[in-house]
Design a protein around this ligand. Sequence first.
Ligand code: CO
Length: 161
Amino acid sequence: MAKIYDIITNPNPVLRRKSPEIAKEKIASAELKEFCADLAETMIAKDGIGLAAPQVGENIRLAVINTDEGPLCLINPKMKRKSWTKVWGEEGCLSVPGLYGEVKRRKKLKCKYFNQAGEEITIEAEGLFARVIQHEIDHLDGVLFIDKMRPLKNKKEAKKI
Ligand code: CO
């Protein structure tokens, strides 16, 4: 049975720490595999499209993103090539309930990460997918979207990342 974590909400020092990388020998471990699965289940249960490990109290560089092909687990993700173009887009966050805003993010990027088999993968992302990757990497650096946002003109809900 998957474990559904409680989400840590702002303010909390866990959300503000820069999380260290996961050691190479731990990347393909059964323990981490279970954590990835539980984090993905939690993201789905809480209706989010992304969730980073610090949001459940683990200061490690790992995040899950909900994609059309199912949950994707990014271990030690790093942004590589970034486009110069930035675009505004709406965001919310499971750790900042009830607050939504617009954040300027890079339109396109390349992201390098390790999968649960310990393989190094590079993906290209744009649009919402690129936005979610940037939001999650911010979480791993102790940054929240409220640090960068401008308020929405009309108080509607946005996707929780
Ligand atoms: Co978030």
